[in-house]
Design a protein. Structure first.
Length: 213
């Protein structure tokens, strides 16, 4: 199965943007136990590349592990060499699309305007990360998808338990969630069971929105 199709069966990407990745293994375990199938480590922390290798070895088939905040071709190639199963950019970066295609790694490209969103798809992105999604909210997704229904859009930036269902109901293929899910207080306290329960709540919220409830 395609990596993104596997992740989108549950519909949640966890965006891990932390200064300290020493707890990457138990953090990823807790997220996967809660049903999250997309675990993204961002290159704002250079330890992200090592985290991908360690977490992939631990999670195996339970979740796909990727690298986010990929801003140039060299970073894309390094991420692919480290074993990233998908790449994510914060904006339109054609050079990353070319590097990802050459490495055979699926890409989710960041975009905001309809023009950028359509361009990301033309560049070969299988998913388009609408960032920062909080600027338009769920209604923006409904508006964009009306003339572009073939695109698979994922909101990122400001997604939480309250608005995640609204994005899905507006047509989002899934949601990318940062601090609302990757809760720094729970991580600091090593409250892994609580983090798993929180992950379950996001996964269940997406499932309920897809079911129309």
């Amino acid at each position: 199965m395609n990596v993104f199709d596997f992740i989108l069966e549950r519909g949640v990407f966890a965006v891990i943007r932390l200064d300290d990745l020493s707890a990457a293994l138990p953090l990823a375990e807790a997220l996967a136990a809660g049903g999250v199938r997309g675990v993204e480590f961002t290159l704002t922390n250079r330890d992200a590349l090592g985290a991908v290798e360690r977490v992939r070895a631990r999670l195996r088939e339970r979740a796909a592990v990727g690298i986010g905040t990929v801003t140039d071709a060299d970073a894309a190639r390094e991420a692919a060499a480290a074993g990233a199963q998908f790449l994510v950019t914060p904006a339109l970066v054609p050079a990353v699309a070319e590097a990802a295609a050459a490495a055979g790694v699926p890409l989710m490209m960041g975009a905001l305007t309809p023009t950028e969103i359509a361009a990301a798809s033309r560049f070969g992105a299988e998913l388009v990360k609408v960032f920062p999604a909080r600027l338009g909210g769920p209604a923006y997704f409904k508006d964009v998808l009306a003339p572009l229904p073939h695109l698979r859009l994922v909101p990122s930036g400001g997604v939480d338990l309250e608005n995640a269902p609204s994005y899905v109901k507006a047509g989002a293929a899934g949601v990318a969630v940062g601090g609302s899910l990757v809760n720094e207080d729970l991580i600091r306290r090593q409250a892994w069971d609580d983090l798993t329960a929180l992950a379950h709540r996001f996964v269940d919220a997406v499932a309920a929105a897809r079911a129309g409830s």
